[in-house]
Design a protein around this ligand. Structure first.
Ligand SMILES: Cc1cc2nc3c(=O)[nH]c(=O)nc-3n(C[C@H](O)[C@H](O)[C@H](O)COP(=O)(O)OP(=O)(O)OC[C@H]3O[C@@H](n4cnc5c(N)ncnc54)[C@H](O)[C@@H]3O)c2cc1C
Length: 369
């Protein structure tokens, strides 16, 4: 795959090195596309975040922003089309077919690659969800183009190339990647990395419909049924308004209960730094950071977390960061809005008690239920 990687301390707004003439046939590729992901009939919010980012790229390039909706006939497909317009799409390419009812790689890859071959977008963005990662990889491979995964910033250069920036070397450097020789330029972005755009009251716009050119017999993957989610109480960290997390400073697995108690008292999700997952104190879906979840809560309380760069990149979108740490020189105090230099083991129960005391009986009952 001929993508060119260049290391940069911050995303480059212009490429370093010799400027390369873009191949003539690249002019055939126009417009920015965003894959609208349907998850059990609901649009995954990362699709809206990407429409917000796609709008900026399309405006810079002076092109249109399109949503790609692949779904079964019916309500969910229609509402996904309407939502794509409400979050800024100028038009929607829609493939509606019963075979697209539940995600399978083959029909989705076929639908997407046929659309790309026909309409030639210059940029194609997908959410870095389980589904999006699976689809993006096979679409890029089938189209033989470059794909930059888990981007944290997207921009366009003066020559119209997509500058896709992502962390590298364990998160200590940012790397801006260009797809110089192939089109479309593909990128995935994790949920919550980009802000949620404003929803607009906008009438439905142009919908361009396509047929799915694959039959059930051609698809080797069969869905036999769905098992109930084995992880009851699965974390919803990415979209939580309030998150309380613990780190190695808690000292022992049982002290995590102090984090959970505070989270419960204020109706928050609880999470942790990576070492706690590695120790088996919490499940991987509770890890916050570069290799865990990116969060954007209104309030983030971090107890006994040093604030390593790999943790920081997952939390710096929070509106208010409160850090509790015994070390006044801990790196987390460089980006926390409020720092409390104290022992978390003693402070967390006091905070929980103070919140519980101040909550109205109604709120207390609501949180307890
Ligand atoms: C490729 C890669 C990916 C990574 N991905 C992630 C990731 O996604 N998420 C992540 O979190 N990390 C990630 N890491 C690990 C990261 O580099 C750090 O090692 C990790 O975040 C440190 O966790 P910590 O802050 O809990 O522990 P430490 O760094 O050990 O910090 C513990 C903190 O607790 C404080 N403390 C001690 N006792 C108390 C007390 N009683 N009360 C209050 N404070 C106390 C200490 O002063 C210290 O600041 C990654 C690393 C690599 C190389």
């Amino acid at each position: 795959m001929s993508t060119a990687n260049r290391e940069a301390p911050r995303p480059a707004s212009g490429r370093a090195g010799t400027k390369k003439e873009l191949p003539e046939h690249f002019k055939d590729y126009r417009h920015v596309w965003v894959f609208i992901e349907l998850e059990r009939g609901q649009v995954h919010p990362v699709s809206f975040e990407l429409l917000g980012e796609g709008r900026k790229l399309a405006d810079k390039l002076g092109v249109e922003l399109a949503g790609i909706v692949l779904g079964p006939p019916g309500e969910s497909n229609q509402s996904a089309v309407a939502e794509a317009f409400a979050y800024g799409a100028d038009l929607v390419y829609n493939v509606e077919a019963p075979l697209l009812a539940d995600y399978r790689n083959e029909p989705f890859t076929k639908a997407m690659t046929d659309l790309v071959d026909t309409h030639k977008p210059e940029i194609l963005l997908l959410g870095a969800t389980t589904l999006g990662r699976d689809l993006a990889g096979s679409v890029a491979t089938t189209l033989q183009t470059g794909l930059t995964a888990d981007c944290t910033e997207l921009d366009v250069d003066a020559d119209g190339s997509l500058a896709a920036t992502r962390p590298t070397f364990g998160g200590s450097l940012l790397c801006t990647i260009y797809t110089l020789n192939y089109r479309p330029q593909m990128a995935t972005v994790r949920p919550r990395v980009m802000p949620m755009p404003q929803r607009m009251d906008k009438p439905v716009g142009r919908v361009i419909r396509h047929q799915l050119s694959v039959a059930e017999d051609d698809i080797i993957t069969k869905i036999l049924g769905f098992l109930p989610d084995s992880q009851s109480g699965k974390a919803n960290l990415a979209y939580a308004d309030v998150v309380v997390a613990g780190g190695l400073g808690l000292g022992a697995a049982e002290n995590l209960q102090l984090v959970k108690d505070l989270a419960r008292a204020i109706g928050a999700e609880h999470g942790c730094s990576r070492p706690l997952v590695q120790k088996g104190w919490l499940s991987a879906d509770r890890q916050i950071g570069q290799t865990g979840k990116t969060i954007r809560p209104k309030l983030y309380i971090a107890a006994g977390i040093s604030g390593a760069i790999q943790h920081r990149v997952g939390v710096e979108g929070a509106d208010l960061i409160v850090a509790i740490n015994t070390d006044p020189n801990a790196p987390i105090f460089d980006f926390a809005h409020l720092g409390i230099v104290t022992d978390a083991i003693r402070f967390l129960p006091a905070l929980t008690e103070a919140f519980t005391r101040r909550l109205s009986p109604h709120s207390r009952d609501k949180l307890a239920s």
